[in-house]
Design a protein around this ligand. Sequence first.
Ligand code: NAP
Ligand code: MG
Length: 491
Amino acid sequence: MTTYLNYIDGEWRPSRSGETFESRNPAHPSEVVGEFQASTGDDIDDAVQAARRAQREWRKVPAPKRGEIIERAALLLQERKSELAELITREMGKTLVDSGYDIQGAITSGRYMAGEGLRMFGETVPSGLPNRMAMTRREPVGVVGIITPWNLPVMMPAWKLFPALVCGNAVVVKPAEDTPLCAVRLFEILEEAGVPPGVANLVTGFGDAAGQPLVEHSDVEMISFTGSQKVGRTIAATAGQALKHVSLEMGGKNAVVVFDDADLDEAVDGVLWGGFSTAGQRCTASSRVVVDHKVADELVNSLQKRMGELVVGDALDENVNVGPIINSRQLDRVHSYTSIGIDEGAELLVGGEKLEEGLDGGYFYAPTLFDHANPQMRIAQEEIFGPTVVVLRVDGDEEAIEVANGTNYGLSAAVYSQNVGRALSAIAEFESGLAYLNAPTIGSEIHLPFGGVKSTGNGHRESGKSAIEQFTEIKTVFLDYSGTLQRAEID
Ligand code: NAP
Ligand code: MG
């Protein structure tokens, strides 16, 4: 078994304590993917100090040059795409197709952010005084702590790292404990691409032991976090007290709304993909279907039939559509929602059980469908983060939108309709950061902003040019060439 190290100040190093932990393949839990450093506050401090020193020089490297390094990283990701996709499937469990999207997201982010090195626009505006120029320039925030989940194990660190780096920040990344090897491989690429020592640091370990000290560290100016609401709230409180920048992306309970004029075949395809790919372990998963009662029977019957065709298993097999759940704790959690749904009186139509036969002890769950749920039920309100889709039957467009908006999450929403006006009204009414017409709630693109409203986020957007806004401070600059003291605009 290989033991992997932290990457601090341009060196691969063991943790100070020497403690390690294992990452395992969720499809075959007896298979150990590798052994990793169980880091603590001491390792975080080493990494933050290295980042602080390196950032002083990195911020002076012209942004276009920083962009060239990121471009090289994107090319290396491209070269290793299939090998990395296979690793993601082995460490995290999703299908090779899903894993390919994960890498492609990282590649596209790298290409986009390399280009941002050539833009990073400020503003130039007329001054209110004669012979004076007024403008803004973008400057780095400083040392950024990045904390990521396991479901997008390469893309998620990459789409935070690349914009942070091109903007001249140094970073310390604490990846999810379930997918450390994906993060190690990404950092090998950053090293090869020529990111200078100390500019990007990787510290593996657990959330409380390694993540929390990163959030608390006084030399970290910003935290960029993607994960659960529960952890996000504590991070926001800690970082808020220290007046750090903090950007949070936290989950969803995303609805696919199906109006009575929808193309139902298209809607069923969408729900199958949005609800069950990555075994539903996506923040944007289509976990609720809000359907007009006039077409509900037809939609549900067809969905039920098509769910019977989904193949569950080790996703290294190309015939498999639904891979394992990430770990046994999460599997139990997903299963607990099946009992909750039954107790609440929803009708379990498909699945609802752990799958064991011939599956080598892997953490597999049957694609699950509940019908006749009502909007107040916990299965209709809480993020399950598994292959469970809940159908809510409604009467008319207005009720559909009210039910779709009726959770405290606000990440993604979708509507299926053939009528332009009805569809556009729904898009306008959705309380969400992402909205789709005739497509499921997943499938965002890297060059556009990504994030959610209400309790999904705290007002930021990742990706695209929004990421540049997050990872920079603005300096407002006045250049006076009048040759006299001009006191103020009212002079
Ligand atoms: P999580 O438990 O919140 O963990 C996310 C990260 O935070 C992990 O690296 C975790 O470390 C770390 N962490 C845990 N406790 C911490 C603490 N006290 N201080 C600092 N860091 C801490 O979430 P998850 O289970 O990995 O991921 C699933 C969640 O992420 C879902 O809710 C999903 O919706 C959300 N998600 C959101 C988006 C989005 O963009 N909106 C995208 C993907 C996923 P460990 O790995 O050791 O626990
Ligand atoms: Mg694992």
